[in-house]
Design a binder for this molecule. Structure first.
Ligand SMILES: [Zn+2]
Length: 384
């Protein structure tokens, strides 16, 4: 899906949070009313959800149940990857199909921080990474980035800004690790090669690219001959990429990690890596799943509305039964019974949802439904 640095940056800029955020209690009835306006019939709609497996994804599922009058089909795997191999059983169970995919990220309202969440059911209300699945994937890449930030030193040699790069980062024969895009860092020689100015025992010094010299002019002017400082945050996402040996099976063990590999430099350099990772995962899943929905035979003669977005899990206070999860729509796809298709991008989607009423006369009273079931005449189970 991503083919260039500009591509990743544009996609990230396009995913707006401000002015695009809905409480679940407002998002779901609006979604219900919108699909009703498209001709989906009450009682014949079946929602499905592709959420992460965390307990904090439960509240959105309960709200969906209340407004659609049915528990949603489970269409997701850990990390909010759509289980596209479940399309056929899902299509069999309903007429009007509404698929909701959402990656998730924790949010701490006291300090406006993304990426952690208060686990109020632990002994000490511990704050842990959220989404934990994404955090587990990111760990290794963040570590590689931290090593590179420390192992590339800026120094001044003969009045010029140079980069002293550790040999570990220059070894091209590695199968895994962080690899530098030298053309974004180092000035080539007359033949276009990246020839070191000096070769040390464990590192090599290269003349910095003119563009980089200009970018770091302030820092460069304060640097004394022979003094060295780590490149740190000046190591930007377009200057490196990652490689790792992974299982390449589609929807296999490493599916999500493989999808995130190309945009990973933007994730590890983001002020909120878990927010950026969740946004990118949503964008990748939307793009990928849309194609599978469009081509799957099982959706022929069905109406399908597929919406992707981001769940922001606001950390609860001790005693709160649920988090006040918010939803940020990213994009949607409509496939009608005759095969007509339409993609709705974020700004239009937000407007369409805002135009809808948040009143839903069809919503069910869950307490009453539970009471009725408890009081209904018992069905006898017979073996023969
Ligand atoms: Zn998760």
């Amino acid at each position: 899906m991503f083919t260039s640095a500009a591509n990743v940056e544009e996609m990230l800029n396009n995913f707006r949070l401000e002015g695009s955020t809905f409480r679940y209690s407002s998002f779901v009835p609006r979604l219900y009313n919108y699909v009703r306006s498209l001709g989906f019939k009450p009682g014949k709609m079946l929602p499905s959800r592709a959420f992460c497996s965390d307990e904090n994804q439960g509240y959105p599922i309960i709200v969906l149940t209340k407004h659609f009058g049915t528990f949603p089909f489970n269409h997701g795997r850990g990390g909010a990857v759509v289980a596209t191999y479940r399309h056929a059983p899902y299509a069999e169970h309903g007429e009007g199909l509404v698929i909701i995919q959402a990656s998730h990220v924790g949010y701490e309202p006291e300090n406006n921080r993304f990426g952690t969440y208060s686990r109020i059911h632990t002994k000490d209300n511990r704050n842990t990474p959220c989404c934990g699945k994404l955090a587990g994937i990111l760990d290794w890449y963040q570590e590689q980035y931290r090593i590179a930030q420390a192992d590339i030193l800026l120094e001044r040699c003969n009045g010029e800004l140079c980069l002293r790069i550790d040999n570990g980062l220059l070894r091209g024969t590695r199968k895994e690790g962080l690899f530098l895009r030298l053309k974004r860092l180092v000035r080539p020689d007359a033949e276009g090669k990246f020839t070191p100015l000096h070769t040390r025992s464990t590192a090599k010094s290269f003349l910095a690219l003119e563009a980089l010299q200009r970018q770091l002019a302030d820092l460069d002017s304060g640097l004394q001959e022979g003094q060295r400082i780590a490149i740190g945050d000046h190591l930007k996402p377009d200057m490196f990429y990652f490689r790792r040996s992974l299982d390449e099976t589609v929807e296999g063990r490493n599916h999500q990690e493989l999808s995130l590999m190309y945009p990973m430099p933007w994730i590890v350099t983001s002020p909120w890596p878990l927010l950026t990772a969740a946004q990118i995962n949503t964008q990748i899943e939307f793009d990928r799943t849309l194609r599978t929905v469009a081509h799957a035979h099982c959706f022929r003669d069905k109406c399908v509305f597929y919406i992707s977005g981001l769940n922001i899990d606001i950390s609860p206070q001790p005693g709160d039964p649920f988090p006040t999860t918010k939803f940020v729509p990213w994009a949607a796809y409509l496939r009608d019974r005759k095969g007509g298709q339409r993609v709705i991008e974020q700004s239009e989607l937000v407007s369409l949802l805002r135009e809808q009423s948040k009143e839903n006369p069809d919503q069910i009273d869950l307490d009453k439904a539970f009471r009725d079931m408890a009081e209904a005449e018992s069905v006898e189970i017979r073996e023969a």
